[in-house]
Design a protein around this ligand. Structure first.
Ligand code: CA
Length: 219
């Protein structure tokens, strides 16, 4: 099991890492909001422990971006002592649980385990549109039940189209989702990824509506 510990206080971060490792998690650690967002958006974690006060991008913004991108991993938010606003904001932003600081590591681990159990029990991992299905737990792609090998970038593109299945997605929005805002790529980079995916998946899976964008064909 993999956990991401996001905490900019080095002492608490070290304690978190030790406690989570002791509980059997493989732990990635960062104290930077932007890096946390990127890691959570591109890697698969079974659990995230997220401090809210972070440099560069605050924890609530990180969480909202993950959820907006369809990232569903369980997130345990660490709030400042006694601030109910943070708790409410955290839950509204998509937190699964919260723990006010200071906290005992035993309690954090107990809650972390409960969240992971809950997520495992309720996971609706398989998403389908037409002949295409995505296994969001294993990041797998299948066409009429037959697995198709795709790169992480190709998977992310398909997953985004899947999440937005009711509308064509403009190329600018797809580019921003795939590469982030501060690393704008050429539109032809996107066209190359789409062309590669169409070769792998065959016709009738990724459609284009001229002037609007790309979409997954429903039948
Ligand atoms: Ca902090």
């Amino acid at each position: 099991m993999r956990a991401l510990a996001v905490e900019d206080d080095p002492r608490i971060a070290a304690d978190l890492q030790a406690a989570l490792s002791g509980a059997g998690f493989r732990v990635d650690r960062t104290g930077d909001g932007e890096e946390a967002w990127f890691l959570g958006d591109t890697e698969e974690f079974d659990l995230v422990v997220l401090d809210l006060g972070l440099p560069r991008l605050d924890g609530l913004a990180v969480l909202k971006r993950w959820r907006a991108n369809g990232r569903t991993m369980p997130v345990l938010v660490l709030t400042a002592r006694g601030t109910w606003q943070e708790r409410v904001e955290g839950i509204e932003a998509g937190a699964d649980d919260y723990l006010p600081k200071p906290f005992r590591m035993e309690e954090l681990i107990a809650r972390a385990r409960a969240l992971v159990r809950r997520a495992g029990g309720h996971a609706t991992a398989l998403q389908e549109v037409g002949d295409l299905s995505l296994d969001t737990n294993r990041m797998g792609v299948a066409l009429r039940g037959v697995p198709v090998q795709v790169t992480a970038l190709e998977y992310r593109l398909l997953a985004y189209l899947m999440q937005n299945r009711d509308r064509p997605v403009p190329p600018t929005e797809l580019l921003e989702h795939l590469y982030g805002d501060d690393d704008a790529r050429e539109a032809n980079a996107l066209e190359a990824v789409i062309a590669r995916l169409r070769r792998k998946l065959g016709p009738g899976v990724i459609g284009t509506r001229r002037g609007f964008g790309y979409f997954l064909e429903h039948s």
